[in-house]
Write a protein that binds this ligand. Sequence first.
Ligand SMILES: Nc1nc2c([nH]c(=O)n2[C@H]2C[C@H](O)[C@@H](COP(=O)(O)OP(=O)(O)OP(=O)(O)O)O2)c(=O)[nH]1
Length: 128
Amino acid sequence: MINVTCAIIFVDKKILVTQRGEDMKLPLKWEFPGGKVEENENEIECIKREIKEEINIEIDVFRRLSNSIYDYGTFKINLIPFLANYISGGIILAEHKDFKLLDKSELLDLDWAEADLPIVEEFLKLEL
Ligand SMILES: Nc1nc2c([nH]c(=O)n2[C@H]2C[C@H](O)[C@@H](COP(=O)(O)OP(=O)(O)OP(=O)(O)O)O2)c(=O)[nH]1
């Protein structure tokens, strides 16, 4: 099983979501940006590093949500979600095909990576 962190990032009142590329695993699926936890780092270090590498911004992580374990058949992931606020930097996509800044009410319209669905549902129930 691979441990993957992801971040639900607030940019003002909007939520940043990213679309995977055509040549990636889970092509064109929408996700919360993040990536695999490396051996020498903790989960918070991982999510900050991945967000800087993938979208070029700095974030302040303030809460963790429930992890989502999902078996895609060819691989199984433990997806660890964090809530974060945008701090600084301009969004530049290193790997993703696209991004959107959405209202909470628009999140369910996307074609999500399957592992993200329980996370989206938990997030929508939060009073923030
Ligand atoms: N970053 C991220 N990955 C997700 C989410 N949901 C989900 O199923 N995944 C999957 C897609 C990838 O297989 C894996 C994340 O690892 P990664 O971002 O390093 O994936 P990758 O395809 O670039 O890497 P690789 O496996 O091809 O080496 O977790 C999500 O919300 N965010």
